[in-house]
Design a protein around this ligand. Structure first.
Ligand SMILES: Cc1cc2nc3c(=O)[nH]c(=O)nc-3n(C[C@H](O)[C@H](O)[C@H](O)COP(=O)(O)OP(=O)(O)OC[C@H]3O[C@@H](n4cnc5c(N)ncnc54)[C@H](O)[C@@H]3O)c2cc1C
Length: 395
């Protein structure tokens, strides 16, 4: 049987970046991707935060940056617009990427560091010895093959089966699931310097976005909270209504459709078991407010790859040893996940009127000096009842 120190299930950013770090730490690494091509089909708005890219140790590249924006507009249900610079907007604002190229470049990083990648190879079962995960059963062109692993990494995305098979609780409540639909639209009238985010009932419980890909093209989509959907096809219908309601978009044409889902839950209690760890969407690491998951996956990839390599090197891949990974990823992203989860729990209850009041209260604040605390104070001064529940989060 073939054997690798680290076998990674999933060739998305979580898997390839974990593979990159594990290979750099000296492990033999195999990444398995069930699709025939890494990065395709795309299921992403393709927005990335510039500082996030730096934090995960990547050099921005013209190969995968489709467009750069100066900032974002936050648009209230009554049409009032708040203009934020790229620095103020933070998450998922700065670059709009070509995700298919980005994912392939991440795979190349891992390969250049020594990892192997096999596409069209599905993991269909976990192998165990003495109750501990020690490999995977794969299927390639109808042929079954077992591969032994020092440690298995579940980077198999939102619909992760690896976590479930390993007995790790990754279940989501309907209120923490968001169904998304997106069009890549062309021939639209937009301000290409700004990504737009629309709040309120245009996207019940979530928001609608427009990530600019060029002077007259953008990814236009929205996410709706699971509890606010009633029948199949609802999300597409809501997106169609939204597109019709925005004059600059209504005249455009869609050149692709994307359906997908994201989690917006509290950080999981545990993402490890004997011989296995989870990362990225499989470990529910998506930011509960923005829905962005690439940067968090990239941040967690360093401790994941390094701890996986170390665990195999010292011959201890027990859940106890993997607490080092739990501590590592939690130190990097857990506080923000918690804070944004608490904020999301509140924001999903806001009415259109509340959003209108918030944007109105902060639109005249000094945006050159803006911080969450100043935004909070501006809203508090005008509508104290709106921020009562936020005091603990922002002070
Ligand atoms: C509509 C939408 C818009 C989004 N917009 C943004 C955005 O603008 N910015 C942002 O940062 N994030 C965004 N996200 C979230 C982002 O796409 C994910 O957080 C990111 O892809 C997570 O990477 P990952 O590697 O964990 O999972 P994925 O990218 O989903 O990769 C998992 C991989 O595992 C493979 N796989 C699954 N099962 C198996 C198996 N059994 N065997 C082998 N391979 C397997 C899959 O084929 C897939 O390639 C969006 C998500 C959606 C749905």
């Amino acid at each position: 049987m073939e054997k690798f120190d680290v076998v990674i299930v999933g060739g998305g950013p979580a898997g390839t970046l974990t593979g990159w770090h594990a290979a750099r730490a000296g492990a033999s690494v195999l990444i398995l991707e069930k699709r025939q091509e890494v990065g395709s089909p795309i299921r992403c708005g393709e927005g990335l935060d510039k500082r996030g890219i730096e934090k995960i140790g990547l050099t921005p590249s013209k190969k995968w940056i489709a467009h750069e924006v100066k900032g974002a507009h936050i648009i209230a249900p009554n049409g009032m617009k708040l203009k934020l610079t790229e620095g103020q907007a933070g998450n998922e604002v700065g670059y709009v990427v070509n995700r298919d190229v980005f994912d392939k470049e991440m795979a190349k990083l891992a390969i250049d560091a020594g990892a192997q990648l096999r596409v069209k190879t599905s993991v269909v079962e976990l192998l165990r010895k003495d109750g501990k995960v020690n490999g995977v059963r794969t299927k390639f062109m109808g042929k079954i093959k077992d591969i032994e692993a020092g440690i298995v990494v579940g980077a198999d995305g939102y619909e992760s089966q690896i976590g479930r098979w390993a007995g790790i609780d990754t279940n989501l409540k309907p209120k923490d699931m968001f169904s998304c639909f997106q069009y890549h639209m062309v021939n639209i009238d937009i301000d290409p310097d700004y990504n737009d985010f629309y709040l309120g009932s245009c996207a019940p419980g979530g928001y609608a976005w427009m990530f600019v890909k060029g002077p007259d093209e953008a990814n236009v989509g929205l996410g709706v909270q699971g509890t606010k959907l009633h029948k199949r096809g609802d999300v597409k219908r809501i997106l169609d209504d939204f597109v019709k309601s925005v004059p600059g978009l209504a005249k455009g044409k869609a050149i692709s459709h994307i359906a997908g889902a994201i989690s917006a839950c509290a950080p999981l209690d545990c993402v490890t078991a004997d011989g296995i760890l989870l990362i990225g969407d499989a470990a529910r690491m998506i930011d509960p407010i923005t829905g962005g998951g690439i940067i968090n996956a990239g941040l967690a990839a360093k401790p994941a790859g390094e701890v996986a390599a170390e665990a195999v090197a010292v011959g201890d891949t027990s859940k106890e040893f993997l607490q080092k990974y739990e501590k590592g990823w939690r130190a990097l992203i857990e506080n923000k996940l918690w804070r944004n989860y608490m904020a999301k729990e509140k924001v999903t209850t806001f009415s259109d009127d509340t959003f209108n009041k918030i944007i109105e209260a902060i639109k005249d604040a000094d945006m050159s000096q803006i911080s969450s605390l100043e935004l909070f104070k501006a809203v508090q001064a005008k509508y104290p009842e709106l921020v009562k529940d936020f005091e603990d989060l922002l002070m």
